[in-house]
Design a protein around this ligand. Sequence first.
Ligand code: DQA
Length: 142
Amino acid sequence: MNILIINGPNLNLLGKREPEIYGRETLADIESWLASSPESSDHSIKWFQSNHEGAIIDQIHDSINSIDGIIINPGALTHYSYAIRDAIASVNIPTVEVHLSDIDKREDFRKISVLKDVCVKQISGLGKNSYLEGLKILVDQE
Ligand code: DQA
């Protein structure tokens, strides 16, 4: 499968950013860890990170006809981006929403995801394993 993993705002600062919540590994560390997992061996996995909502929407649009599944950690856009919700709904590519932290156990505003019901599943609170679980879900439903 051709899989796209999208990371939204502030996830470029993983490793430095609130390590007590998000851990000490960088996004690049998580990328190499996932690449070395047996689950990813038969798949082509492309990573994309942006702090800009429009760039993320463009990337989702550009996935039409080339990507079989999307894993997205939308960062704070999770909680309010109807534009990303519409983009996911528009392209008809199975998408899993993932979070490092457990968004249901944090501030009230994080408990709401405006993307959840256009995604195949939401996975939250497993740290980097949230990405691995997302991959397994996409592969299993193929
Ligand atoms: C996050 C949770 C969001 O609420 C937050 O804004 C993030 C990271 C997570 O991976 O736990 O940027 O998506």
